[in-house]
Design a protein around this ligand. Structure first.
Ligand SMILES: *[C@@H]1O[C@H](CO)[C@@H](O)[C@H](O)[C@H]1NC(C)=O
Ligand SMILES: *[C@@H]1O[C@H](CO)[C@@H](O)[C@H](O)[C@H]1NC(C)=O
Ligand SMILES: *[C@@H]1O[C@H](CO)[C@@H](O)[C@H](O)[C@H]1NC(C)=O
Length: 337
């Protein structure tokens, strides 16, 4: 087999920054499909949505993950629990929560569901309430990513567009010229949904800056992140924020205001292959750190990289575990390639 990691280093040279040694462990999930993580105001978590429609929360190594919420009123445990989400009709019945984040002022969990759009569920869990999208009114094609401005409570949503309704063939997706992704904003005070940007190349990730001056939106098939200005002289305009060596999925802001992006390096030639990186990007668009997950994830794609309390949490829609990395030791010497 071609050592794809060598091929990668050869094709996309970059400054890898400090070299860190990390330990890795897996938190077993009750089903596959974690896409994004959220932690509540008491730092309990991660909470995550599974392919079978359940939203679960982690309650420590003794208890593991327990059921917290669901998104479809029609969901039945017998029919749905443990399913892989590949049957689209069944997904309508079971629900499919993707991007999620807590509003830490109200304790509510906001989420986007592939079928039911923007929803909210109280801190006690249960059945989520639809706020926008789904089949009636202003709808999403496939809402996938969500972030909340911690200062204003305004919600930003990445809508993938219609491409994944037409094909699930990765070759066709990666080569597609379709640009139907959108960036939207929902204001919980006025209950108004506004389209900020259209024509995006699969808007798979979204994150607001720490100061609320801009919002980032990932364009998966264009291998880049676009910045939309919310405030200042460039307000309402957009520009390319950073170009990446692969396909960006979720974007997560760190406490200090940088961003982690899950970047999947996917090759179609000589045969389809994939491996994942995490890239830390400063608020100025500079790539600060690159972590290669090949040793632990091999060919499994990664949907999110999130820093929380000194640990790094990785989600993957193809895995039945949550990955957790802990930095053991870093040296300032850059990696010698
Ligand atoms: C849920 O059940 C109701 C009542 O049986 C039905 O009208 C509706 O179509 C169902 N929705 C889905 C998504 O299955
Ligand atoms: C995916 O699409 C490509 C290009 O159209 C085609 O060559 C390939 O056979 C398809 N793969 C599958 C599994 O359908
Ligand atoms: C890594 O993935 C490739 C492609 O799916 C597979 O052939 C190989 O056996 C995997 N290696 C390990 C160590 O799992």
């Amino acid at each position: 087999m071609v050592p794809i990691f060598l091929l990668f280093l050869f094709c996309f040279p970059f400054n890898a920054g400090a070299r860190c040694f990390r330990s890795f462990k897996k938190l077993q999930l009750p089903a596959v499909g974690s896409e994004s993580y959220a932690f509540d105001s008491h730092n309990v978590g991660p909470y995550t949505g599974l392919s079978d429609g359940r939203i679960v929360k982690y309650q420590g190594p003794e208890t593991g993950f327990v059921e917290f919420a669901t998104t479809s009123a029609n969901r039945s445990k017998e029919l749905c629990d443990g399913t892989d989400g590949n049957d689209l009709k069944l997904t309508e019945t079971c629900g499919r929560a993707l991007g999620m984040e807590f509003d830490h002022k109200t304790g509510e969990l906001y989420l986007v569901d592939a079928v039911y759009g923007l929803m909210v569920v109280g801190s006690g869990g249960g059945l989520a309430t639809q706020l926008a999208g789904g089949k009636d009114g202003e709808r999403f094609d496939e809402a996938d990513a969500l972030d909340i401005d911690p200062n204003t409570g305004e919600i930003y949503i990445g809508d993938l567009g219609t491409l994944l309704h037409k094909t699930n063939n990765l070759t066709e997706i990666l080569l597609s010229e379709e640009r139907t992704g959108r960036l939207l904003k929902y204001d919980p005070k006025t209950k108004k949904l506004t389209v900020l940007l259209k024509g995006l190349a699969l808007a798979a990730g979204v994150a607001v800056s720490k100061d609320g001056s801009f919002v980032l939106v990932g364009e998966y098939i264009a291998c880049r992140i676009t910045r939309y200005w919310l405030k200042g002289p460039k307000a309402t305009t957009s520009e390319i924020f950073v170009e990446l060596p692969g396909n960006p999925d979720n974007i997560k802001r760190t406490k200090s205001g940088d961003f982690w992006v899950a970047v999947n390096i996917q090759r179609l030639q000589p045969k389809p292959s994939c491996f994942a990186l995490g890239q830390k990007i400063g608020a100025d668009g500079q790539i600060l750190e690159t972590v290669n997950f090949y040793a632990e994830y091999n060919a499994t794609s990664v949907a999110e990289v999130q820093e929380h309390h000194g640990l790094m949490y990785l989600s993957s829609t193809n895995a039945n575990f949550a990955g957790v990395y802990e930095v053991l030791k870093c040296s300032d010497k850059p990696v010698q390639v």
